[in-house]
Write a protein that binds this ligand. Structure first.
Ligand code: SF4
Ligand code: SF4
Length: 132
């Protein structure tokens, strides 16, 4: 079975693709802080211990974000990729084994800015068990 990428690994893989596989030139070829993925490009959370405020460019617009995390970064990158169209992000077909034969995107599974592998408790549930 193929190993599932963590969100930091997914970002790293995307970044390597972004620089044409030239992993050792990543910082040289990277556009820099304005890319939503920039703080996490080396598979590390470089915002740890900071106030997590960033200024990024999404769809050509400079925006400020607070409480910035890798999952939020992926969301912003996907919005940037889809011209800000949330539906387009949701319906992105770049998943593994898509019928169109499009190259899969490493960010796909996290494109909604959430970790789909974490089960969230619904309202009225305790430890994942619904209380009547
Ligand atoms: S941070 Fe952005 S611009 Fe830089 S390598 Fe990654 S995807 Fe490319
Ligand atoms: S998952 Fe889809 S929307 Fe997100 S960056 Fe990849 S191709 Fe673009």
């Amino acid at each position: 079975m193929k190993k599932r990428l963590t969100y930091l690994e997914a970002i790293r893989k995307y970044c390597i693709w972004c620089v044409g596989g030239q992993i050792y030139k990543l910082d040289e070829l990277c556009i820099g802080e304005e890319c939503p993925l920039y703080p996490f490009r080396h598979k590390r959370d470089t915002l740890k211990g900071t106030n997590r405020e960033v200024e990024i460019v999404v769809c050509g617009e400079k925006i400020k974000r607070k409480h910035y995390t890798p999952l939020k970064a992926i969301r912003q990158k996907c919005l940037d990729c889809s011209s800000g169209d949330k539906a387009e992000v949701r319906n992105c077909i770049c998943y593994e084994g898509n019928p169109e034969g499009v190259e899969p995107c490493p960010l796909w599974i996290y494109r909604m800015g959430k970790n789909p592998f974490i089960k969230r408790k619904k309202k009225g549930e305790k430890n994942g068990i619904r209380e009547n």
